[in-house]
Each structure stands twice: as structure tokens, then as C-alpha cells.
Design a protein around this ligand. Structure first.
Ligand code: SF4
Ligand code: SF4
Ligand code: SF4
Length: 444
């Protein structure tokens, strides 16, 4: 789904939606309204954090992804795997066994995200960007959150590629160096979340995406898991693989990045915690922080919405895996990465992030200021109880909808009662307004 700004991976399936408004209540960017008894998405506000997906009681929200069979359009089929995917499986299934199964499913090359993390560690220990605190660009939902809700902080976001892009860059280079034509290679990513789909389909950089497709982690987990059960623990081939360092394995977990940053660094996960912190940072009640690792999910990517395993078990498995790998202190996984370090370094930087403020009520500054004034006047006549009966997340959201031309003050139940009492609105009109919001079914 494309909006004026972003590609969104999340879709509301109207036929299944029961208009319960749970998604509207949890959405951290007030991107959902209820109209005609169905949830409606304001796409420019959505940051693909997946909170709505997580809380929908009837699975009316889906994460759109590419068809698995698209991999067979290519002669060489690469799958880029986040470490949390390996962490989905009970430890009795070794990493080699999971790689082997991915080969059996049709991939010719398997590479885990992680190589190149040592270059990010280097960049974090001697940052070239001046802004403080630096904010990690690892989580695309957070980058979008900053663009739409905290535009004054866009210059604080690190301009560095994420480990998944580095892994794709590396494998692409290795394959072309070995004489394989670029058009014969398809690179696919197993995603733990909707935000990474959106980021891949609509990269921040003007350069095109390194990936040819994205596959949801729950779908591929089920395929691998049933194949593992069919095969027992037998290998059809010993897979070729890069062995990740402790730092590379743990990068995706909470505090995986922050421990390597220079100065005072903090790791904050779960999007509401992040918003709370960024509001304090904007209001200058927090200062002297040098680096922020911010992740939209609770327990970072281990809590991604497309995970099938319990997030705490995933964390434990990855920590155990990291503990069994000897740390060499510099994060290098192996010599092959050192060989390509110069190439990766050359492509490590990304383009500056642009603000996409959702708070702007109009493109024209003067009109926007006038609308802001109107919205605060409307707010004064609303009760301020944020009950959500108007079909919006709260009174300020209704006030904004009104000045944007997307709502009317009579949606407020308190205003309706007041108008009925003074005889300026009939019961029948009130009934009609509620029907427009919640649908006829709920009023019968
Ligand atoms: S993905 Fe996040 S921002 Fe988008 S509608 Fe759902 S809860 Fe709101
Ligand atoms: S959570 Fe949202 S999408 Fe799901 S049924 Fe309720 S209103 Fe519909
Ligand atoms: S924390 Fe990880 S899984 Fe969650 S939205 Fe961010 S990148 Fe995706």
C-alpha cells in the first residue's frame, strides 16, 4: 500500500474487522479512526510499528509480503536471515541444521545479518555526526516515528546502513566477484516485522533496494519447522556459512548496539517507552546523553510481530549462542569480512533523513498556524476525557480531524448531549452520527 510518503506493509481487512477499536487505542501515532464500524488507517501517520496487528483480537490486520515462489524466478537464490530467526527454534535444532533446511527449501545461499557490525561499532566509537544524542537508525519504525512525530530530531539519526543491508551488499559483491551476473541473483529477506518490509519496499536512500523480495518470518518458520520434523536431524548437505561473533549475534537484541557507543548511551525498547523518552528529550528534561538505541518492539527484534516463539526464550537462545562463541573483542566474524571491509566501508553511509511531520495541518505555514489556532479553540469546547466514542483516539485527535475537514464536533457524545438538551440537535441526528461511526449493527 503506497501513501503520499511511505509504503505500508499493514492492511486492515474490512470484512474481518469488528470495529472493536483496540487498534485505535494502542496506536502510538494516532493513525487509526473508526468509521462505519470499521478501522481506517491514516497512512501518513502510520510508522508500521505493528502494535495494531499485535492487539487485534480477530486477526483483521495482515502483513502483506511477497510470494515465496518468487525466489524461483532467479537462478541464484539468496536468503538474508536475521539472527532472531535462528532464535525462534528450540536449541536442539542447530544453526547448521536450520541453514541446511533453508537450502532444501530452495535457497542456494544463506547469509545471516551480522557481518559488518564491527564497522558500525567503529563508527559508534568515533562518530563523525555532530548532533547529540546520536539515535540509531537500526529500527525503521523508529526512524519513521522520528520523521513524523519528532521531526526536530531527524539530524540525530545515524546515517549508517543496517546489518541486513550490509549482508545483502556483501553477498551481492561476493557473487558478482565470482562471475555470477547480477540479474541471475535474487536476494530475499526474512523479516520479523512490518517496518522492515516498508523500509525495503521504500528505502530512505534514493538508491534502489538491495532486495528482490521479503518473506514473513512466521511463514518461513512454519516451512522450516515442518521440514525439520520430516527430516529428523539428518543433513542433506553441510552448509557453507559465515560464523558470527558474539557482538554480531547480539546486535539485534536490546543493548546490542548501545554497549558499543561512545559516552553515555541508553537502550530503550517498546514504542510507547521510546515516545515517552523522546518527548522528554524534546522538552529538554533529559540531557547529556550521547547515544540512543531505540527499538519499537519489546525485547527489540526478539519481540517482532512476525515472531512465533516467546520473545524472552528467543533472547535467551541468542544470548546462549553468543556465549558459546568466543568474543575477539572487535566483533569480526572472520577473515572474509576483513577482506571486504574496504568495500563495505565505502557503501556504509546513507542519505540524510528528511522530516515528514504529521503534525503539519497545512503545507502553507500561515494556514497551518491558523488551523492550529482553530484546533485549540475546538479543544476548549471538548470535554478532554479521551473516551474514543467519537471514533478517534481522543479529543485532540477529533479537533485536528475537524480542522482538516475529516470530522465534525457533533461526533463528541458530550456535545451531542449538550445539543439535545438545548434543542439544537435531535435524538435522531445523534443516532445517525453514531451510526456513521460505529455502524448500524452496534446500535441495533
Ligand atoms: S502499525 Fe503502528 S503506527 Fe501504524 S496504524 Fe498500526 S499501531 Fe498505528
Ligand atoms: S483491532 Fe482494529 S482492525 Fe482489529 S477488529 Fe478491532 S477495530 Fe478492527
Ligand atoms: S525492533 Fe526490530 S522487529 Fe521491531 S520494528 Fe524495529 S526492526 Fe522491526
Amino acid at each position: 500500500m503506497e501513501s503520499g510518503y511511505f509504503h505500508h506493509a499493514l492492511e486492515i481487512i474490512e470484512d474481518i474487522c469488528i470495529g472493536c477499536s483496540h487498534c485505535m487505542t494502542v496506536c502510538p501515532t494516532e493513525a487509526i479512526r473508526v468509521k462505519q464500524g470499521k478501522a481506517k488507517l491514516f497512512e501518513d501517520r502510520c510508522v508500521d510499528c505493528g502494535q495494531c496487528y499485535h492487539h487485534c483480537p480477530v486477526n483483521a490486520i495482515r502483513v502483506a509480503h511477497d510470494d515465496f515462489n518468487d525466489i524461483f524466478n532467479f537462478k541464484y537464490r539468496v536468503v538474508v536471515v536475521p539472527t532472531v530467526f535462528i532464535g525462534q527454534f528450540p536449541e536442539e535444532f542447530s544453526t547448521n541444521l536450520i541453514y541446511n533446511t533453508l537450502h532444501e527449501l530452495g535457497f542456494t545461499h544463506v547469509i545471516e545479518c551480522g557481518p559488518g557490525v564491527e564497522l558500525l561499532m567503529e563508527a559508534y566509537s568515533s562518530p563523525v555526526q555532530k548532533a547529540r544524542p546520536l539515535i540509531s537508525s537500526f529500527c525503521p519504525a523508529i526512524v519513521r516515528l522520528i520523521q513524523v512525530k519528532f521531526p526536530s530530531l531527524v539530524d540525530n539519526v545515524t546515517l549508517l546502513k543496517a546489518p541486513l543491508d550490509i549482508a545483502a551488499l556483501l553477498i551481492k559483491k561476493k557473487l558478482t566477484d565470482s562471475g555470477i551476473p547480477e540479474k541471475e541473483t535474487g536476494i530475499f529477506y526474512i523479516t520479523p516485522c512490518a517496518a522492515q518490509i516498508a523500509a525495503i519496499k521504500n528505502p530512505q536512500d534514493s538508491t534502489s533496494s538491495l532486495f528482490n523480495g521479503v518473506i514473513n518470518m512466521d511463514l518461513i518458520y512454519n516451512k522450516v519447522y515442518s521440514q525439520l520434523h520430516k527430516n529428523g536431524k539428518k543433513f542433506s548437505q553441510q552448509p557453507e556459512r559465515l560464523h558470527l561473533s558474539k557482538e554480531e549475534i547480539e546486535w539485534t537484541l536490546t543493548n546490542g548496539e548501545a554497549v558499543h557507543a561512545k559516552g553515555r548511551s541508553l537502550a530503550i525498547d517498546e514504542i510507547h517507552n521510546v515516545i515517552d523518552f523522546l518527548e522528554k528529550l524534546e522538552n529538554e528534561t533529559i540531557s547529556d546523553v550521547d547515544f540512543l538505541e531505540l527499538r519499537a518492539c519489546d525485547q527489540s527484534c526478539a519481540g517482532g510481530i512476525l515472531g512465533t516463539a516467546n520473545r524472552f526464550l528467543t533472547v535467551e537462545r541468542l544470548r546462549n549462542r553468543g556465549a558459546n562463541v568466543k568474543s575477539n573483542g572487535n566483533g569480526h566474524s572472520n577473515d572474509e569480512i576483513i577482506q571486504y571491509a574496504g568495500f563495505i566501508k565505502k557503501h556504509l553511509a546513507t542519505e540524510p533523513i528528511k522530516p515528514q511531520s504529521m503534525l503539519k495541518l497545512d503545507e502553507d505555514m500561515l494556514k497551518a498556524m491558523n488551523k492550529m489556532k482553530q484546533a485549540s479553540e475546538i479543544m476548549r469546547s471538548l470535554p478532554g476525557v479521551d473516551c474514543g466514542i467519537c471514533g478517534t483516539p481522543g479529543c485532540s485527535a477529533l479537533a485536528e480531524d475537524i480542522v482538516r475537514g475529516n470530522g465534525r464536533i457533533e461526533q463528541c457524545i458530550f456535545i451531542q448531549r449538550r445539543k439535545e438538551q438545548t434543542g439544537t440537535q435531535s435524538l435522531r441526528d445523534s443516532f445517525y452520527i453514531m451510526e456513521q461511526i460505529w455502524g448500524r449493527d452496534k446500535l441495533e
